[in-house]
Design a protein around this ligand. Sequence first.
Ligand code: PBG
Length: 321
Amino acid sequence: MRRLRRTPALRRMVAETAVSVDDLIAPLFVANVERPVEVATMPGVVQHNFTSLVAEAERLAGLGVPALILFGVEEERRKDAVGSAAWDPDGVVGRALTELRAFLGDSMVLIADLCLDEYTDHGHCGVVRPDGSVDNDPTLDLYGRVAITQSRCGADLVAPSGMMDGQVGAVRAALDGAGFTDVGVLAYAAKYASALYGPFREAVDVRIAGGGDRRSYQQDPPNRREAVVEARLDVEEGADIVMVKPALTYLDVIAAVRDAVEVPVAAYHVSGEYAMVQAAASLGYLDGMAVAAEQVGAIKRAGADMVITYFAAELAEALNG
Ligand code: PBG
């Protein structure tokens, strides 16, 4: 075997997988703020205002990154029990999508994360019953409303991330009913109840009431076959792309889902995965960009067709030489 490893050209020739700029999706946060706000737990990541968001999207487009996924950071005073700011066209995400579409045209794919936790005062991803549990079916109606608003404001794809049962079917039906038959659904099909979302919750100012967690609706980390069931169901309900999240602690799940469905598979290299690399790199313990490239390469090797990563811009710069 070693004779095929001798030179860079030989290695390139026999490489089984590769990361391309085309595989990268950049997550961006937008808030109603005067100046971009650094996210303390994610060095290098900011909560954008509308101006800096458009500038960053234009930079990403210039680097050849094909897509971004948008998360809204809502002001505390606009949060309520049902998360109504999520389907307000004048809410942060609605305004951001409108501006991005106006400035970018079709040069970038605009994906809108579709969830309620950034907009509810209790921090859960859906409507909460008096006993504190999340009520599945009433939540689906609200996801439908959010999907319609996001589409009206310019989303190419909506990405339901709340892990409610039937969310993909409900969102697809709402979109079709409102005439948005061309808007696709990127389904967070297998989203695990992971400790690796910690830095993200800081980025979006989400705290779950009473120190609660999402274990009753997100997937249980020990389970792989269940993820395949979830992904197949999402495809049946009309998902255009299915996603596994987080990525590195679930590479086996990515591989299993890739084998089980025919639609594109995405993976989310999440905030905790980013923060660990950045923290170690800042201490000089490792070469952050080399590790990031190796990690995203591993996610692709496992079977992901595209990767959402906070390293998107830096990786694109490195790949562009
Ligand atoms: C929920 C959502 C979360 C992430 C994306 N969408 C957090 C959660 O489920 O608590 C996590 C992303 C990351 O950690 O990078 N709206």
